[in-house]
Design a protein around this ligand. Sequence first.
Ligand code: G4P
Length: 530
Amino acid sequence: MADYTKEIEKRRTFAIISHPDAGKTTLTEKFLLYGGAINLAGSVKGKATARHAVSDWMEIEKERGISVTSSVLQFNYDGYCINILDTPGHQDFSEDTYRTLMAADSAVMVIDGSKGVEAQTRKLFKVCVMRHIPIFTFINKMDRDANDTFDLLDEIEKELGIATCPINWPIGSGKSFKGVYDRDTKKVLTFSDTMKGTREGTEEEVAVDDPHLSDILDPGQKDQLLEEIELLDGASAEFDMEKVSRGELSPVFFGSALTNFGVETFLRHFLQMTTSPLPRRADMGIVDPMKEPFSAFVFKIQANMNKAHRDRIAFMRICSGKFEASEEVCHVQGDRKMRLSQPQQMMAQDRHVVEEAYAGDIIGVFDPGIFSIGDTVCSPGKRFAFEGIPTFAPEHFARVRQVDTMKRKQFIKGINQIAQEGAIQIFQEFNTGMEEIIVGVVGVLQFDVLKYRLENEYKVDIRLETLPYEHIRWIENKEEIDLAKLVGTSDMKKVRDLKGNPLLLFVNAWSVGMTLDRNENLKLSEFGKN
Ligand code: G4P
């Protein structure tokens, strides 16, 4: 075995997903605090970064440096080397958010206990399910009045279609939140407000049959707890590590990230249950992270701040072996050997150049415009290509028109380059080709980004005419379908992507169903293959 297997074994690479405001940033800060990566919580990223105005693309650009550094965080805790992938939320929710999940080996889903499953969680969750990666649930804000615990679990099971297994169980919520009961040790960890940040708390561990527990709990809470434990032991799914690994069962934890309660317990359990870097599928078969030499794939490309040079940073997830900056690698899709330029890694807030990194790690490299999303780089000795990253369904569409038709060439170049970075998807009318371009985006902010970047980087003014479509479907069995004979609904529109693949746009979900009903053989997919 290679000498780097120990390094790989201790790596844990996961993404945190949540609906905005559920507490993802707060939880991440607390993880870093336990890892000793930061001294005081509250310094992961400025609130202003997360809450910029929709149209303020200038501001976004200024903040780019920050968003680059905060997109991956690495820290050590308890012998593990942890890589947290941030999934951009809020207004800059985009395909990148989805793609980040392609680089993770597991996901932590943060849910606000008073809100339950929210829209954004649902969308991101679908991608995790598609990849069959383990999903861990942290139900946050228990120091505020929360929904009934059984109802919360029920909602997760019904809405997301995954079984749940509570590892601990909350006692009360809001003002009467007293702590959590650990189902394994049968002890109650009592809640004490740690004043929003410092690590020291006066948590106590009390056995559930210890008479002292009654002094801590409100009247009636103990009986309720015992009743709930009994119900739970009878009704809930049993913990099954196999099912967790396949993403079929989500271990659930309760806590309050703001007051630090339940965070370390969660982190400890999570690290034990989650996996070291997973094998990945490539054209030559399954790539074992420990056995194969260096390989990685590009999951995100970020345009750089410097307008003079269209520099970009390509983010790569290392999938096997050890990366050494001094060694040549092979860019498979570009069919060339190269040295990765200025490889960087993020440690809490700092970005630094790395000499070496291991499977599970994420590195950002300078990209002079050669990489595309999904590309493979690997050790030249053994060439293979990883399976492409799927294209995720945009939900907003607009027709793009140039204001000055003389600048056709720049326009086509600009829009193609921005599409190559994966910020937008472009489609053509089914019959007319590039005269009419339709742009699809996952988050509406990307429209502003497109307009701003075309104006500033390519000197092309555009007009965007919003279209009413919200659903796009790839035709899975396009060889078997005669598109001219397809019986759609009146609102359906046929388009094609740049590779000529046919796609269908619909205004509502009903039309999607109707079209499927009317065309027996038609197979549609929400994910496109690259
Ligand atoms: P996000 O990244 O998922 O969008 O959420 P973030 O951590 O920014 O948290 C959103 C708000 O919820 C913040 O309040 C944060 O302090 C609060 N919060 C997070 N975890 C808990 C918790 O366990 N209990 C309670 N009571 N609140 C929590 P804010 O007022 O928007 O910001 P701030 O001014 O407090 O920083």
